[in-house]
Design a protein around this ligand. Sequence first.
Ligand code: F42
Length: 142
Amino acid sequence: MNEYIPSPSSWVADQVELYEGSGGTDGTTLKGMPVIIVTNRGHKTGAIRKTPLMRVADGNNYVLVASMGGAPKNPLWYHNLKNDPSVEIRDGAEVYSMEVREVEDSAEKQRLWDLAVAAYPPYQDYQEKTDRVIPVFIATSR
Ligand code: F42
């Protein structure tokens, strides 16, 4: 089953629709900061899921931060990526086929975390408000 199921959060689904419907020319920011869209596969439904995340670039790679505003639990897309690391990332008008892996090495994670906070400072606040260690993925081109 390959159908796309929009996020039940309407503000998220609306941003995806505007971003993709405009070919990446509109709806590409949150609070004025750039956003990417990660297309991933639901690990229970097999459905296509589209997850907007803040754009954190590490050269040609992207850093994906499962912050979910500092909620106590990981977002569900975390489990999707762990189950199927092949994703597509839309960055503006460009769409890339990428492979993700969760960053485990502490030095690498610190480096990427610092990049993420520089790109979107609220990530630091989110980490401070939860005991959950916010997972970080790196996406590299396939
Ligand atoms: N979220 C972040 O974590 N980090 C960010 O940097 C970020 C930036 C951002 C920018 C713009 C924007 O519009 C949203 C942004 N978000 C950011 C929010 C992000 O897009 C997600 O909405 C949020 O992280 C929550 O992810 P979620 O996957 O938990 O979403 C829930 C609400 C959801 O979609 N639930 C679905 C549902 O029907 O309840 C199921 C989704 C799903 O993937 N289901 C799986 C399946 O098989 O289909 C099964 C998952 C399971 O294990 O049950």
